[in-house]
Design a protein around this ligand. Structure first.
Ligand SMILES: [Zn+2]
Ligand SMILES: [Zn+2]
Length: 266
């Protein structure tokens, strides 16, 4: 089994279950290592409805630390960080002052549109799909340039409700972003939560995973679990996706240093 590097906690206000339950779920599945990557707090009140407040961060650290008790699987401390215009001001110092194992970056907003939020899904009805994807990838270019992150979470998230550009447009938009990800030594996450969403497909799509492979961008795996039952969700399919793209290795990370290890056999 593969490590699950994307697990949330109740501090984000939209997850259920105790951190120990997530770990015991992982243990049952034979997952060797998990990383909690809960939504990071921001001091400017950014999207406070879906994340811990800044003063709750110490209790997040304590929750994870309490799992450093010699039991398996091993538990890493991570965060899922939203990239948006102006976030660097706070994040650059705040992230480097803390001992994270893993900093996963994500984009959930285009300006003030939470494009993956079910309550804002209707905005897609009047949106220009290709232009929206273009805007998303333009944010990702700045995201990569910021150098703040170890990996990109759910890289093609705008497909969540089934809105997609043509493959030709997607390729053209994704190419400069993937080039820069590779140049920055950043990884990407194969995130199985897309299988639980209307699109019914892992993030990112086989096309993007193949493009990432061409550039030797390292991969990791995440379930984006918001309840214990989602830990390791259909990782078999994510492993198949990685192999079909030609991957033979994935990365593990400790204190923000990646190490490549062979994908499991079989
Ligand atoms: Zn969440
Ligand atoms: Zn996310």
């Amino acid at each position: 089994m593969l490590p699950d590097y994307h697990i949330h906690t109740t501090l984000c206000k939209h997850a259920t279950g105790d951190v120990a339950e997530y770990r015991s779920e992982a243990e049952k599945l034979g997952i060797p290592e998990i990383c909690f990557s809960d939504h990071v707090p921001n001091p400017d009140g950014y999207d406070l409805a879906h994340r811990m407040a800044l003063d709750q961060f110490p209790s997040y650290g304590k929750m994870i630390e309490a799992l450093h008790d010699g039991e398996t699987p091993e538990v890493l401390l991570g965060v899922e960080v939203d990239y948006y215009d102006g976030c660097e001001r706070f994040l650059r110092e705040w992230l480097s002052a803390r001992k994270f194992d893993f900093v996963l970056g994500s984009v959930h907003f285009i300006e003030d549109w939470g494009f993956d939020h079910p309550a804002q899904r209707h905005i897609w009805d009047s949106a220009d799909i290709t232009a929206t994807w273009r805007a998303y990838f333009n944010i990702l270019l700045k995201f990569v340039e910021s150098g703040l992150f170890d990996a990109v979470g759910h890289l093609d998230l705008p497909k969540k409700f089934g809105h997609r550009p043509t493959d030709k447009d997607l390729k053209e938009m994704a190419q400069p972003v993937l080039d820069r990800i590779a140049g920055a030594g950043m990884g990407i996450e194969l995130n199985t939560s897309g299988l639980r969403k209307p699109v019914g497909e892992i993030y990112p799509s086989p096309l993007i995973v193949a493009m990432a492979r061409e550039r030797e961008i390292p991969i990791c795996f995440g379930s984006d679990a918001h309840c214990p039952g989602d830990v390791g969700d259909r990782f078999r399919l994510a492993l198949d996706l990685a192999r079909e793209a030609g991957y033979t290795e994935y990365f593990r990370i400790r204190q923000r240093r990646k190490e490549l290890v062979p994908l499991p056999e079989g």
